[in-house]
Design a protein around this ligand. Structure first.
Ligand code: ACO
Length: 430
């Protein structure tokens, strides 16, 4: 009878038995944890295209069908019915909060919103053109000096620390914007919700008070929910890898922020707007840029297109596209970049190059257009992504630390350099 719980590997005439692992949604894996010890061989998988780095119960993603669920709940339902803080609670606690739990959680987030006054001086010493992503990662990293209690047993105070981070990252983000604009800081208010507070800290001015609009708050909630987790992507894997070395949580999250910054990852939202602006300035010549993207000798790629896991529409992209139409309508904004984005998508989806490579718009293709409509400058887009992704990073960090099988992340390599060479003293070198 065939054994469905193991795989066999034949190597130089010898057969090795490897256990099979199956997830609750049918993900199938071959457990190779003892491969090197037993066979002397490791696996080689550049970019980890075939490698599962952990087992996780947080987020399910089916790239063929375009399905995304947090803790079993469909992203569509969460995005349309929840606020961001509710989804953060879900990711971190594994269950949706009831009314009392949500009230208490919101209250706690509100109470942690201030940052230590000494940290505020840090902002003064960045050049005015400093990237808000670099400021964010520095400020989050330095939180460990102001709140060092996490260093002993990080899991004991995890609820407080994770709530503190979710609250303070928003204040840090808004303060970095205010500093870059040369405007006075606006402190958080306890009467405003998470998103309302952020918008108020960003846009309120002494001479021009900001009116928090519920439609704008709703749009921001939706965007942050859509970004809240995405299983083992580049920044989340970074948080886990750096965290596996035992660093404090602020350092691990700061590393995740830096990974997110890259234009192939979270930085794509800013890159999309740069690309759309370039096309707009070039007579809106969409065809030219589609051809450049298809030309393999040209490094240009369509930002906001393609995904390692999704081989169909990114479900988040679909929701964002609809939200984009809605919010631009509500705010009565007409953005020529939206027309260019729509034309790019329409043409690309019909082209053989994109069809055969399964390249579809991803979460970042339309998100920047919404952020623009909300008045958020493009160098803050990836910061917005970080605000949204933080609960996911925190939940993944906690899961990693609670898992007794976790070891320090330490990939191997196949060495391709020089064999052993005889050392030549400096005076004898040619
Ligand atoms: N434009 C043009 N061609 C593309 C694009 C694109 N956006 N994306 C992939 N391709 C092509 C590649 O050139 C490659 O072609 P080839 O088979 O002829 O060599 C093929 O499609 C497969 O691409 P890979 O780079 O091997 O796919 P990978 O899974 O490694 O990369 C990635 C995924 C990084 C997202 C890629 O699609 C890309 O660079 N997209 C643009 C940047 C972007 O939008 N990033 C955000 C992703 S979502 C997120 O992180 C939040």
């Amino acid at each position: 009878m065939p054994d469905n719980s193991t795989a066999e590997l034949r190597l130089h005439g010898k057969t090795y038995t490897l256990p099979l692992v199956e997830g609750t949604m049918g993900d199938k894996a071959i457990d190779i944890s003892n491969l090197l010890k037993e066979t002397g061989y490791m696996t080689l998988d550049s970019g980890y295209k075939n490698t599962g780095s952990c087992a996780s119960a947080i987020t399910f993603l089916d790239g063929k069908e375009g399905v995304l669920r947090y803790r079993g709940y469909a992203i569509e339902e969460l995005a349309n019915n929840c606020i961001f803080v509710e989804v953060a609670y879900l990711l971190l606690h594994g269950k949706l909060p009831n009314e009392a739990e949500l009230r208490a959680y919101r209250d706690l987030i509100g109470r942690f919103a201030l940052i230590h006054e000494d940290m505020i001086h840090f902002f003064d010493h960045f050049p005015s053109h400093a990237s808000p992503m670099s400021i964010l990662s520095v400020m989050v990293n330095s939180l460990c000096n102001f709140y060092p209690e996490m260093s002993d047993d990080p899991l004991v105070d995890f609820d407080v620390t994770s709530t503190r981070l979710i609250s303070k990252i928003r204040t840090i983000a808004a303060f970095s914007y205010k500093k870059s604009m040369g405007q006075p800081l606006v402190y958080p208010r306890h009467d405003l919700c998470y998103c309302g507070n952020f918008l108020n800290m960003m846009f309120d001015k002494p001479v021009h008070p900001y009116q928090v609009r519920p439609e704008v708050v709703a749009a921001l909630n939706k965007l942050l929910i859509l970004h809240a987790d995405h299983e083992q992507n580049c920044s989340t894997s970074t948080v886990r890898l750096v965290g596996s070395a035992g660093v404090n949580i602020y350092a691990a999250i700061s590393a995740g922020i830096n990974a997110l910054w890259g234009p192939l990852h979270g930085g794509a939202n800013e890159a999309v707007i740069d690309m759309l602006e370039t096309i707009y300035a070039d007579d809106s010549n969409v065809r030219k840029y589609i051809d450049k993207a298809k030309d393999r000798s040209d490094p240009f790629r369509l930002s906001g297109f393609g995904h390692r896991v999704y081989k169909t529409f990114d479900p988040r992209g679909k929701i964002i596209k609809q939200a984009c139409d809605e919010i631009l309508g509500v705010l009565n904004v007409s953005d020529p970049l939206l027309d260019i984005a729509r034309r790019l998508e329409e043409i690309a989806l019909k082209e053989e190059y994109f069809i055969e490579r399964n390249l579809y718009p991803n979460v970042d293709f339309y998100s920047g257009i919404i952020y623009r409509a909300l008045g958020i400058p493009s160098n803050m887009f990836t910061v917005m992504f970080a605000l949204g992704r933080l609960p996911g990073w925190l939940a993944q960090w906690k899961e990693m630390r609670e898992d007794s099988t976790t070891r320090i992340g330490r990939p191997r390599q196949v060495y391709t350099g020089e064999p052993a060479r005889k050392f030549v003293p400096l005076a004898e070198r040619k």
